[in-house]
Ligand binder design. Structure first.
Ligand SMILES: Cc1ncc(COP(=O)(O)O)c(C=O)c1O
Length: 404
């Protein structure tokens, strides 16, 4: 079992002195994965034709099979996409093109996802129904709110979009229960699991969503630009990449045996496929530390302990519900902060970020949720309790200085 915490920092490129509690935003990958990335890029460079026409594809298949095993699904139901934005765009823009079709989302949807839904609303006159969430909420309360929304909108609803773990607040969403409810009601489910793989166990066979997107470049330790899109077999004929390419074909039936789902996603145009090839290497690195369970247990425990330490420093509290189901590897702590109402939310967010990055040499993601300010703090294998305490004191200083 690895010695988690500070001693693992040496395996990453993070600059000395910088205290990073924001793994959730962009991820970070180990030095040995960088070597692998360069290796694949060099192989491509040595003979681009061999690599891009022949040798890359079996390597991609091998990585797809490994990630399918981790997600417990069939590799043929997975494709690579560069990021969660591309994956969610592919699904929403393939499906939601009929005027008046109804679409459900939650008020905590990630900004790029929310804007994609706004796009189909504007362009195709899709009707968007938003379920308001105000944390801390229990999973039962979320399900009850969704049920009430469905009752109030009896017309057919085509698709519902939800998170596996929401960005801000950085909380676990009961997507398994929501997918089950939607299936009962004949509504398709799209899970934005950008934060899921590597942070929480995912079992697609058991959950059985229609669509699931997850970023390997956040919590799995691949270089940026590696994400997975899962599409249930009977929906594959409906989905095309957000960027149409040479393999596009129109399909009309679920049992269309000429479905081009795999081929349409296999060549999104010329680009660097190396981040996908690092998935196996990232999984080996994780195995060398004790595997998924050991990593997720360490990060979960640290998120809880660290969150409480920060709340104590700030004199506030951790955002949690009575069942303690919100925290995976990110904790959310309220900031003791009543800023001037003259400053906009986005300006204030940027002011806090600038102070954390350039004056305090650390980072945790600040955000505003239902009238209060919070910081989202990511635990990771290269962080420890001292890092949380450092960021807690930095946040206190920043709040005081911005309130003056
Ligand atoms: C919940 C959620 N969805 C989608 C995304 C977008 O991910 P990407 O920028 O890799 O497309 C993020 C990024 O932080 C996220 O937190």
């Amino acid at each position: 079992m690895a010695n988690f915490g500070k001693s693992l920092r040496e395996d990453f490129f993070l600059k000395d002195g910088y205290v990073p509690l924001n793994h959730g935003s962009y991820g970070s990958y180990p030095k040995q994965i960088r070597d692998k990335l360069h290796h694949y890029q060099m192989v491509a460079e040595q003979n681009p034709d061999r690599f891009y026409r022949r040798e890359m594809f079996p390597l991609l298949d091998k990585n797809r099979k490994s990630v399918a095993k981790l997600l417990n699904c069939d590799a043929d139901d997975l494709v690579f996409v560069t990021n969660a934005t591309a994956g969610t765009n592919s699904v929403v823009r393939s499906l939601m093109t009929e005027e008046g079709a109804q679409l459900i989302c939650f008020s905590t949807a990630y900004n790029a996802v929310e804007r994609t839904l706004a796009y189909v609303e504007d362009k195709y006159k899709v009707k968007l129904i938003t379920v308001e969430l105000n944390y801390p909420m229990s999973n039962d309360a979320i399900l009850a709110k969704l049920e009430a929304t469905l009752q109030a909108n009896p017309g057919p609803i085509k698709l519902a979009v939800m998170d596996a773990i929401t960005s801000v607040p950085g909380v676990v969403f009961p997507y398994e229960r929501v997918c089950a409810l939607l299936r009962e009601r004949g509504i398709l489910s799209l899970v934005d699991g950008a934060h899921a793989i590597g942070q929480i166990p995912v079992n697609l066979r058991e959950t059985d969503p229609d669509f699931f997107v997850t970023n390997c470049h956040k919590w799995l330790f691949t270089p940026r630009g590696a994400a997975i899109l899962y599409v249930r077999r009977d929906q594959q004929y409906t989905i095309h990449p957000a960027l149409i390419n040479a393999s596009y074909k129109h399909h009309t039936k679920p049992n269309d045996t000429s479905s081009t789902f795999q081929s349409e996603f296999s060549w999104p145009g010329t680009s660097d496929f190396s981040p996908y090839l690092c998935i196996d290497d990232a999984l080996s690195f994780r195995e060398s530390l004790g595997g998924e369970q050991a990593i997720q247990d360490y990060c979960h425990r640290l998120a809880i302990e660290g969150g409480h330490a920060v709340a104590e420093i700030l004199g506030t509290e951790v955002l949690e519900n009575e069942d303690k189901s919100l925290t995976a590897c990110m904790s959310n702590v309220r900031l003791p902060f009543n800023p001037s109402s003259q400053v906009s939310e986005s300006d204030m967010t940027n002011m806090i970020i600038d102070k954390l990055l350039y004056e305090e040499n650390c980072m945790a993601a600040p955000y505003y949720h239902h009238g209060q300010w919070f910081a989202r703090l990511s635990a990771q294998i290269y962080t420890g309790l001292d890092d949380f305490k450092y960021v807690g004191h930095a946040l206190l200083k920043v709040c005081k200085s911005l309130e003056q």
